[in-house]
Design a protein around this ligand. Structure first.
Ligand code: IMP
Length: 440
C-alpha cells in the first residue's frame, strides 16, 4: 500500500503529467497503463520544459523506477527518441522499465490510422494518427507484435507476415512504401529491440514487489474518462480504457491493490478531435480560454476546443473511476472572467432534462447545457500557495465543484510552473508524513 491511480476526468489534456510529477516525488514506482504516444505531457521544471509522449513523468527524479505497462502501445521510434533526448539533457533514464507484454505500434498501423480517417471523410474521429487504434485492433485480433517479439528476429518476421496478411487490400496504396518492406521492418524493429533490451522486464512483478514492500505505486493514466473506449463518447474516443479500472489490466495488479483514485480536471473543459462537447464555447470566450490556457495539442499541435466546466460529465467520471480526490488545474486561466458558469444539467430540445450523463449518443449530440452562474475572481493568482491566499470567489468556485462531486479538491493548479500549485488543507503535510513514516 498504497496504490494511487491518476486519471483524466474530462477529454484528456487535464494536466495529469504535472500532478503525476508532483505525486511522484513521494512514489517509489510510476507506471503508465494504457494509451501510447497519442498522449503528451508537458512538465516545466526550474524553467526547463520537458515534453513526454511515452515515458512516465516521474523519470525526472534521479533513480526513480518508471515503467511502461503491458496495457500501453509503444512506438519504438518515439520511445528511443525520447530516451535519447533525455540522455542528451543529462537525465538519468536507467530507472525506465518496459513491459515485455506491451504491444508495438508498427509502421503499417500508422498508415492505416491515416488511411482510415481519410476514408471516413466528414465522419472522421480526429485521431492523432499515431497508429493507436490499428495497434489495439491487432492486439484484440491476436495479430499484435509485442515488445518481447522484437528480441527475436525470426519470430518477429513471422509475426509481421501474419499481421500484414489480412491487411493486404487496405495496404495496397502503400505497396511501394519502403517503410513497409518486410526485410527493412524486421531489421529496424529488431534493432529497436536490441536498444531497448536493458529496459525490458516483467513490469507487473515490479508493481507486486513494490506493493508487497509497502511502497507507493502511482498508476499514470493517459487521455481522459470521456475518451474511454467503453464509457466515453463513442465512436469519438480513443481505443483504450483511460478509466481507473484499466490500471489493473494495464499494469497487472488486482482491484484491491488500488487505494486511491485521483481525478484530474481543468477548471474549464477542453477537447481535441471531433465528437460531442455540450458545454463548448464557440465564441470569443472560447478563444480567450484557448489563448490564455495555451490550449494547443502537445502531440498534434491542433487547437483545442474550449468550454465551461461540465459538472454532468465530471460527476459521471467521478462515479466511473470511484475517485477519492480531485485535482483542479489551470484555475488561473479563469481570472477576470465574470460571471463564471458551470454546466449542471443537459436539456434535450424536446424538453427532457438530464442530471446524469445520458447513455444515448443522439441525446449527447443534441443536449443543450444548463448553467449555474458563480461570481468570477480578479487578479493574478499565480503566486498563491495556500488556499487562504486565493480570492474568496475562487475558493467558492472550488467549493462548488467539490460540493457537486461529493469528493474533496485536494490540489489546485494556479500556473504552468511545477511549484504553482496549492495543496488544499493539510494534504501535502499528510503525504509527506506518510512518506517519512515509510522510510523511517
Ligand atoms: P487516437 O487516440 O489517436 O485514436 O484518437 C482518438 C481520439 O482521442 C481523438 O479525438 C483524439 O484527439 C483523442 N485523443 C487521443 N489522445 C489524446 C490526448 O492525450 N489528449 C486529448 N485527446 C486525445
Amino acid at each position: 500500500m498504497p496504490g494511487i491511480v491518476i486519471v483524466g476526468a474530462q477529454w484528456g489534456d487535464e494536466g495529469k503529467g504535472k500532478v503525476t510529477d508532483l505525486l511522484a516525488e513521494q512514489a517509489d514506482l510510476v507506471i503508465r497503463f494504457q494509451g501510447g504516444n497519442n498522449a503528451g505531457h508537458t512538465i516545466i521544471r526550474d524553467g526547463e520544459t520537458f515534453k513526454f509522449h511515452l515515458i512516465p513523468s516521474g523519470i525526472l527524479y534521479p533513480g526513480k523506477t518508471c515503467a511502461i505497462g503491458n496495457g500501453v502501445v509503444i512506438d519504438p521510434a518515439v520511445l528511443t527518441r525520447e530516451l535519447e533526448e533525455l540522455r542528451h539533457r543529462r537525465i538519468d533514464v536507467s530507472g525506465l522499465r518496459i513491459s515485455a507484454n506491451a504491444h508495438v505500434i508498427m509502421p503499417y498501423h500508422v498508415k492505416l490510422d491515416t488511411a482510415g480517417e481519410l476514408k471516413l471523410g466528414k465522419l472522421e474521429i480526429g485521431t492523432t494518427r499515431r497508429g493507436i487504434g490499428p495497434a489495439y485492433s491487432d492486439k484484440a485480433a491476436r495479430l499484435g507484435i509485442r515488445v518481447q517479439d522484437l528480441l527475436d528476429p525470426k519470430i518477429l518476421r513471422k509475426k509481421i507476415m501474419t499481421a500484414m496478411e489480412p491487411k493486404q487490400q487496405m495496404l495496397r496504396p502503400f505497396a511501394k512504401d519502403p517503410e513497409l518492406d518486410l526485410h527493412t521492418m524486421v531489421e529496424t524493429y529488431a534493432t529497436y529491440g536490441h536498444r531497448l533490451e536493458p529496459h525490458i522486464t516483467d513490469t507487473a512483478k515490479l508493481c507486486w514487489d513494490a506493493l508487497d514492500a509497502d511502497r507507493t505505486v502511482l498508476f499514470e493514466g493517459a487521455q481522459g474518462t470521456m475518451l474511454d473506449l467503453d464509457h466515453g463518447t463513442y465512436p469519438f474516443v480513443t481505443s483504450s480504457n483511460p478509466v481507473a479500472g484499466a490500471a489493473c489490466i494495464g499494469a497487472g495488479v488486482g482491484p484491491r491493490d488500488i487505494d486511491e483514485v485521483w481525478g484530474i480536471a481543468k477548471a474549464y473543459t477542453t477537447r481535441v478531435g471531433a465528437g460531442p462537447f455540450p458545454s463548448e464555447l464557440e465564441d470569443g470566450l472560447g478563444d480567450t480560454l484557448r489563448e490564455r490556457g495555451g490550449e494547443m495539442g502537445t502531440t498534434t499541435g491542433r487547437p483545442r476546443r474550449c468550454g465551461w466546466l461540465d459538472l454532468v460529465a465530471l460527476r459521471y467520471a467521478v462515479r466511473l473511476n470511484t475517485m477519492t480526490a480531485l485535482a483542479v488545474t489551470k484555475l488561473d486561466v479563469l481570472s477576470g472572467i465574470d460571471p463564471l458558469r458551470v454546466c449542471v444539467r443537459y436539456r434535450h430540445p424536446e424538453g427532457a432534462v438530464f442530471d446524469e450523463f445520458p447513455y444515448h449518443q443522439s441525446i449527447i449530440h443534441t443536449a443543450e447545457p444548463e448553467y449555474e452562474e458563480l461570481p468570477g475572481f480578479e487578479g493574478d493568482i499565480g503566486d498563491c500557495r495556500r488556499e487562504e491566499d486565493l480570492p474568496a470567489e475562487a475558493r467558492d468556485y472550488l467549493a462548488a465543484i467539490a460540493d457537486h462531486m461529493g469528493i474533496p479538491v485536494r490540489l489546485v493548479g494556479v500556473g504552468p510552473g511545477r511549484d504553482q500549485v496549492i495543496w488544499m488543507g493539510s494534504d501535502r503535510q499528510a503525504a509527506l508524513l506518510r512518506s517519512e513514516a515509510r522510510s523511517a
